[in-house]
Design a protein around this ligand. Structure first.
Ligand code: FAD
Ligand code: PHB
Length: 390
């Protein structure tokens, strides 16, 4: 088989890239190791930056998001037993939209199907080769176990943090920048009425908690926990009690416990590789970088990368200009590092660390400053709604 761009991974990065390339008349094939059903049900991110929302709308895949997405014009920061609001609209004129990542994935797959695009789900044994040549190849077995060789002009490694593309780059090429945090998030999805319309990020001596939502009847919540936490030791009741304890104080939100329909522990890590390209292979999204979820940035960064990459392919195929492809990594990394900084800062300000009482006092002072100084609130707001695309 032959294509212009072979795309590995049907997450937000791979699917959005295929969609943008199609709009430029560039052919691609997407291959994915999971089933279509699995990627459409996988619960992950939920907050879309204004730029992500605009891109989905402008390219014709935002219709369902416009109907079902929830516009959020601010968040609450809760500390010292009370909540203070950061008003995004007032400070930046922008907002975010709460709409599940798996819903974005469903909309993008529907668009690929409508456009008659080639996608292979349930593949096994994916491998890439000849990355330095003019004919890089992707090899895999399709859902029937038949071997397929896909010869490409370029390969896009959109296969997430545990994919095979980044490890296919020879040793010594990539620089790795990494930070592992000494805690994780226990996340739940529950059939319970959200306690309020907007998200609550709470700093508490017992640890961080985040109250989010997916719809008027579904609540999404996270608790800071140990990275080795055994989920079996967290029956529903214990989760609700712990969240309630971490929200205690003035105007404590009134939790209405309901059936927990999903539970999981997510590790917290900051990670970047440089450069994001080797020969004809381009890395995008989580395959090149991950952020701790406190800033709600992972999916948005993935979308920002593939916007830059699609424009670079468009310049190459449309005008024979390879300058933008050559600059891909540098262009993306400028924004990625600013977003890494924001995610690290939010994580540092909101979680409980081992530093003890002094560090906690400094966190409270910082939260007090951030929520009372217009300059500091604006800094948080403009990063949260999303820095401009490069
Ligand atoms: P992925 O979504 O990981 O997609 C990669 C795809 O490649 C997968 O479908 C995988 O199955 C496939 N694949 C892997 N290996 C192979 C192979 N060998 N062959 C073929 N296919 C392969 N981000 C936000 O922006 N906002 C949030 O609020 C937010 N909250 C989060 C909460 C949680 C609990 C978690 C876990 C993440 C959160 N994130 C958030 C991060 C966000 O989900 C990721 O950054 C995002 O999924 C990255 O998209 P991607 O397409 O790069 O990678
Ligand atoms: C979510 O709703 O899943 C969510 C919201 C905000 C975050 C992380 C996750 O910072």
């Amino acid at each position: 088989m032959r294509t212009q761009v072979g795309i590995i991974g049907a997450g937000p990065a791979g699917l959005m890239l295929a969609h943008l390339l199609h709009r430029s008349g560039i052919e691609s094939v997407v291959i994915e190791s999971r089933s279509r059903d699995y990627v459409e049900q996988r619960i992950r991110a939920g907050v879309l930056e204004q730029g992500t929302v605009d891109l989905l709308n402008e390219t014709g895949v935002g219709e369902r998001m416009q109907r079902q997405g929830l516009v959020h014009a601010g968040i609450d920061l809760r500390f010292g037993g009370r909540s203070r609001r950061i008003a995004f609209d007032e400070l930046t004129g922008k907002h975010v939209v709460v709409y599940g990542q798996h819903e974005v994935v469903k909309d993008l797959i529907a668009a690929r199907v409508r456009d008659g695009a080639q996608m292979f789900f349930d593949v096994t044994g994916t491998a890439v080769a000849d990355l330095e040549s003019d004919r890089p190849v992707v090899r895999f077995r399709d859902a029937n176990g038949e071997p397929v060789e896909l010869v490409c002009d370029f390969i896009a490694g959109c296969d997430g943090f545990h994919g095979i593309c980044r490890p296919a780059i020879p040793e010594g090429v990539l620089s790795v920048y990494d930070r592992i945090y000494p805690f994780a998030w226990l996340g739940i999805l529950a059939e319970s009425k959200p306690v309020q319309d907007e998200l609550i990020y709470a700093n508490h001596e017992r640890g961080f908690t985040l109250i989010s939502l997916r719809s008027p009847t579904i609540t999404r919540m996270y608790l800071q926990c140990d990275p080795e936490e055994n989920i079996d030791e967290w029956p529903d009741e214990r989760i609700w009690d712990e969240i309630r304890a971490r929200l205690a104080g003035e105007d404590a939100p009134d939790l209405v416990p309901g059936p927990v329909i999903q539970k999981g522990v997510t590790a917290m890590r900051s990670y970047v590789v440089e450069p994001m390209q080797y020969g004809k292979l381009f890395l995008a999204g989580d395959s090149a970088h991950i952020v701790p979820p406190t800033g709600a940035k992972g999916m948005n960064l993935a979308i920002a990368d593939v916007k830059v990459l699609a424009e670079a392919f468009d310049a190459f195929y449309g005008r024979g200009d390879s300058g933008r492809l050559a600059a891909y990594s540098e262009t993306c990394l400028r924004r990625i590092w600013k977003t890494q900084r924001f995610s690290w800062w939010m994580t540092s300000m909101l979680h409980r660390f081992e530093g003890g009482a002094f560090d906690h006092r400094v966190q409270l002072a910082e939260l007090d400053y951030v929520t009372t100084s217009r300059a500091a609130s604006t800094t948080l707001a403009e990063n949260y709604v999303g820095l401009p695309f490069e």
